[in-house]
Design a protein around this ligand. Structure first.
Ligand code: BMA
Length: 327
């Protein structure tokens, strides 16, 4: 059975006891808040977080923090690592937000996708970097309204693949688009739809961290946004997509697997938000460190296991045909 009421709750993501691991108080310069960080392992095995930092005007930039163990002793860049550059990139006039990092072996570079925000609305921008010190900006790759984007680490059928979340008055769903050169995007496909009605992931969903490549398929954490009379509730769900055709959903869980519970997730600048943008994988290929923004105020860490996430999807996920009966 995949109906949420019969699904036994298992804690698939375990909060780290040191949470929240980064807050504004840790910052070497004056800021309002730090949250929603992209994550990656560097060549020397240390962890890099590219954090969304909101300044005291309300505008965001990105700042790198590095740590040997991915938990503490963060070395934070003494000034912003990637600032909006509205002179050359007018789409960044109101800041840059919510980065996702993908290491691309073919390019030997990290691809950073982020939300660029301007009068036109939020769009998706792309930059490549080797070292998180200098960046080659590609500018807007998906025009507004669009966000929650990540590049897959390799080509599919000869083309790069980008997951993103355009907004429409009928709903905000996850799409995937393809490009021969990272600049010109087409072959757009609907990848995962927000459900409707009372569901936790009704009307608005979006990719959370970049997909995790497993032998069974692309494992995807996505967020669902529930509108309530007292604001929005951001929770996390799980789905699996076919390796060589990532627009095809193989399994999707019905219930959310992680939601705001701890005080630092429930209360902040925006209450009731957990918003992961990155993960790192242990050398065993199973353990995951999931980094998430909590209540738009801090960065927190949860541990997970790819094997357990897949086992949960096998027990609780459903395929397209069965889903249609419930939505
Ligand atoms: C989303 C994004 C996130 C933010 C969340 C909650 O739309 O803008 O950056 O964490 O809202 O405010």
């Amino acid at each position: 059975m995949s109906i949420a009421t019969t699904t036994r709750y298992e804690p698939l993501l375990l909060r780290h006891p040191a949470n929240p691991i980064l807050t504004a108080k840790d910052w070497p310069y004056s800021i309002n808040s730090v949250f929603n960080a992209g994550a990656t392992l560097l060549e020397d095995g240390s962890t890099l977080l590219l954090c969304r930092v909101e300044d005291r005007r309300g505008l965001s930039h990105l700042c790198a923090a590095r740590s040997r163990n991915g938990v503490d002793n963060w070395q934070i860049d003494s000034e912003p690592t990637l600032m909006p550059s509205p002179k050359d990139y007018p789409e960044e006039i109101w800041g840059i937000e919510d980065p996702r990092i993908t290491f691309v072996p073919e390019l030997q570079q990290y691809a950073v996708t982020y939300t660029s925000y301007s009068r036109g609305g939020p769009g998706v921008s792309l930059a490549l970097t080797k070292d998180f010190r200098s960046f080659e900006r590609y500018g807007v790759v998906m025009p507004p309204d669009d966000k929650d984007s990540a590049l897959l680490p390799r080509r599919i059928d000869g083309c790069w693949a980008l997951i993103h979340r355009p907004m429409t008055p009928l709903g905000s769903h996850m799409w995937i688009s393809y490009s021969p050169d990272l600049r010109y995007w087409g072959r757009h496909r609907l990848m995962l739809e927000a459900r409707r009605g009372a569901w936790w992931d009704a009307n608005k969903i979006g990719l959370s961290p970049p997909p995790i490549e497993t032998s069974r398929g692309w494992l995807v954490f996505y967020h669902g946004v529930r509108h309530t009379p007292s604001g929005c509730l951001y929770r996390l769900g799980l789905a699996l997509f076919e390796l060589e055709n990532p627009a095809k959903c193989l399994l999707r869980g019905d219930s959310w697997i992680f939601g705001p519970e701890a005080d630092y997730e429930r209360h902040g600048d925006v209450d009731d938000v957990v918003f992961p943008c990155g993960y790192t994988m242990d050398p065993d290929g199973d353990g995951l460190n999931v980094y998430y923004g909590a209540a738009d105020c801090s960065i927190a860490l949860a541990r997970a296991s790819v094997r357990s996430l897949l086992a949960w999807l096998d027990a609780n996920g459903s395929c397209e045909r069965r889903r249609a009966q419930h939505s």
